[in-house]
Design a protein around this ligand. Structure first.
Ligand code: FE
Ligand code: FE
Ligand code: ZN
Length: 279
């Protein structure tokens, strides 16, 4: 059974997200740990978390994906901003320890004219400091489209970060289909080739989740504009190959397409149908 869900608003708490997920046919979901623009997170409501865990067990929601605020920049030039990224992630991971099996995805950051080398050094340094706390949540680096000075624009950059982290037991990668396509990886005409490249450079054992989004822009455009499934440049045939690929089909998939709940429900049904089609 395909594990698929979408990004949900966390404003009403965990149980509400669980109910919403089930309502639209999802068996997993993604959420922001706090306002995506940053800022303080609400106090974690342990009763809500407990009720959610009960509900999740009943409804077969095994694993969920938390997304760090996208404004965090672990490789900012300003030391205060780097510290803020570190402290926010520590606080998020502390909270996530109440939700066993969850994973935590973050954007590596933007080096903003400091250069890729400095970016790699700061990000890996932060991950080493985070690891010192011994959080049990799997942390995922997201593959990025490479807009501006965004880090993680190719597999090599992610590999270079991972190489500098001492304990990589709880470090993985989340592949965003829109981002890698925008980054020049041709998942439409050469999915096998791209996954082979991922395996060679990073290792497919590190791949823990997929953000499943179509792209408004063509291959290599580095724009990062998500489109509804089948309505963009990636297209439905490619998504059929993605959800059935032996190296991908057992991973959890998360929609971050421009949709309301009803639209997500349709896409989940569509992708489930594609996944069950004989290839
Ligand atoms: Fe993201
Ligand atoms: Fe994404
Ligand atoms: Zn994106």
């Amino acid at each position: 059974m395909l594990r698929i869900g979408c990004h949900l608003s966390s404003s009403k708490g965990f149980l509400a997200m669980g109910r919403e997920a089930v309502k639209i046919g999802a068996n997993t979901f993604q959420f922001f740990t706090r306002n995506p623009r940053g800022g303080k997170a609400k106090e974690l409501d342990l009763a809500d978390v407990g009720a959610y865990l009960e509900f999740a067990k009943e409804h077969g929601i095994a694993q969920i994906l938390a997304h760090a605020p996208y404004t965090l920049n672990a490789c900012a030039k300003d030391e205060g901003l780097r510290r803020f990224a570190y402290e926010t992630m520590c606080d998020d991971l502390q909270r996530l320890s109440h939700i066993p099996g969850s994973m935590y995805n973050f954007h590596p950051g933007s080096h903003v004219k400091q250069g890729v080398e400095i970016g790699i050094a700061y990000i890996s340094e932060m991950l080493n400091r985070i690891n010192a706390h011994g959080y049990d949540t799997m942390i995922l680096l997201e593959t990025m489209a490479g807009k501006g000075s965004e880090m993680g624009r190719n597999f090599e950059e992610l590999r270079a970060i991972i190489d500098r982290v001492e304990d990589t037991q709880r470090l993985g990668v989340c592949l965003d289909t829109c981002h890698v396509f925008d980054g020049g990886y041709d998942i439409v005409d050469d999915l096998d080739g791209v996954l082979g490249e991922f395996d060679k450079v990073i290792g497919l054992v590190r791949l823990k989740a997929v953000h499943i989004n179509d792209s408004k822009n063509p291959l290599g455009s580095r724009k990062d504009r998500h489109e509804k499934i089948g309505e963009g440049e990636i297209g439905l045939d490619a998504f059929a190959r993605i959800v059935t690929h032996p190296r991908l089909r057992d991973l959890p998939f998360y929609l971050e397409t421009p949709n309301e709940l009803a639209g997500y429900q349709k896409e989940i049904m569509l992708l489930r149908a594609l996944a069950e089609q004989p290839v």
